[in-house]
Design a protein around this ligand. Structure first.
Ligand SMILES: C[S@@+](CC[C@H](N)C(=O)[O-])C[C@H]1O[C@@H](n2cnc3c(N)ncnc32)[C@H](O)[C@@H]1O
Length: 265
C-alpha cells in the first residue's frame, strides 16, 4: 500500500512532455487536449526500477499496483458531454480515479473555481493528469494560476477519507459541488472503499452530488454501474442520511450510463 500524498506540479516540466498530443471533441464548442501516454514512452521515463514498469508494459490493469490510469477510457468522454449540460462555473470539483482527467479538465474549461484530482498512482498524476491540465488553460489563464486552483492527491480510496480529514485545513479540501468518477466501478472488491470515499465527500458537501460514469456491466470483471448503484444505495451517510442513486444519462445502445448520487438531507 502507498502512503497518501499531495503531488506538486512541476511548472518547469509540465510543458515539455515527450508524448504526442491528441484532441478529444466533446461538443462543437469544446475540445480537450491530452497527451497520448504510450506504454513504451511511459516505460522509458519511469525506468526499470519503477514498480509500475513491468505492469505498464504488459497489461491494462494489475489490481493494487496499476489500475489503468495511463489509458484514457471512454466513460470519461461521456461524463464530459454530460457536464456540458450543468452549471460548473465557480463550482468546486473533485475527480476520483482521474487518470487522464478529462472530466476535471472539462470543469476547469467551464470555469470551475477549485479542482482536486485523485489517482491511485503518483506516476499517473505526474505524467498524465498534471501535463493534461497544463495543456488546457483557458484563454488568458496562465499555467501558474491554473495550478493555484488545483490539488493533486495520490491515494487509494481506502485511505482517502482519513487523508482528507487530516488535511481539512488545506484550502480547496472541503465542500465539493461535484464529485466525479469515470470508469472506476469495474471491480466489486473496490466498491466498499469507493462508496465510502464518495459518501464521506458528500457528507461534507451540503449541495454536493457525485457523478459516476461507466459500463452498466463489465463482463468478465464483475463490476458495473448497475451493481454499484445497488451497493451504494444500501449505505447511509455520516449522519444516517439515505443515499439516493439515479441514472441521469445512458448511451444509445444502453451499455454505458451515468449515475447521480446524493444524500437525502
Ligand atoms: C480504468 S481507470 C479510469 C481512468 C479515468 N477515470 C478514465 O476514465 O480515463 C481507473 C482509475 O481509477 C484509479 N483507481 C482504481 N482503483 C483505485 C483505488 N482502489 N484507489 C484509488 N484509485 C483507484 C486508477 O488509478 C485509474 O486511474
Amino acid at each position: 500500500m502507498f502512503t497518501p500524498q499531495f503531488v506538486q506540479p512541476n511548472l518547469q516540466s509540465v510543458g515539455d512532455s515527450t508524448f504526442p498530443v491528441t484532441s478529444v471533441s466533446i461538443s462543437p464548442a469544446i475540445s480537450i487536449r491530452r497527451y497520448r501516454t504510450q506504454p513504451q514512452q511511459v516505460l522509458s521515463i519511469l525506468g526499470d526500477e519503477s514498480a509500475l514498469a513491468p505492469v505498464v508494459a504488459s497489461t491494462e490493469i494489475e489490481p493494487g499496483v496499476y489500475e489503468g490510469g495511463f489509458t484514457c477510457w471512454q466513460g470519461s468522454e461521456a461524463l464530459c458531454r454530460y457536464l456540458t449540460t450543468l452549471p460548473i462555473a465557480g463550482k468546486r470539483v473533485i475527480e476520483l480515479g482521474c487518470g487522464h482527467a478529462l472530466p476535471g479538465i472539462q470543469c476547469s474549461l467551464m470555469g470551475a473555481s477549485k479542482l482536486v484530482f485523485q489517482d491511485f498512482n503518483e506516476e499517473v498524476l505526474r505524467l498524465a493528469t498534471i501535463p493534461n491540465l497544463a495543456l488546457n488553460a483557458r484563454p488568458g489563464q496562465s499555467t501558474a494560476s491554473l495550478f493555484d486552483d488545483a490539488l493533486f492527491i495520490a491515494s487509494s480510496w481506502a485511505d482517502l477519507p482519513a487523508f482528507l480529514q487530516a488535511n481539512a485545513d488545506v484550502p480547496h479540501l472541503s465542500q465539493y459541488d461535484y464529485i466525479l468518477a469515470a470508469e472506476v466501478v469495474y471491480r466489486e472488491s473496490n466498491f466498499e472503499s469507493l462508496a465510502q470515499s464518495i459518501i464521506s465527500l458528500l457528507s461534507v458537501s451540503p449541495d454536493g452530488q457525485a457523478l459516476v460514469s461507466g459500463r452498466v456491466t463489465y463482463f468478465g470483471v464483475g463490476g458495473g454501474t448497475d451493481a454499484f448503484s445497488a451497493f451504494i444505495s444500501s449505505k447511509v451517510g455520516g449522519n444516517g442520511e439515505k443515499v439516493l442513486c439515479e441514472e441521469v444519462s445512458v448511451s444509445e445502445n444502453l451499455d454505458e450510463n451515468i449515475l447521480k448520487i446524493t444524500l437525502q438531507r
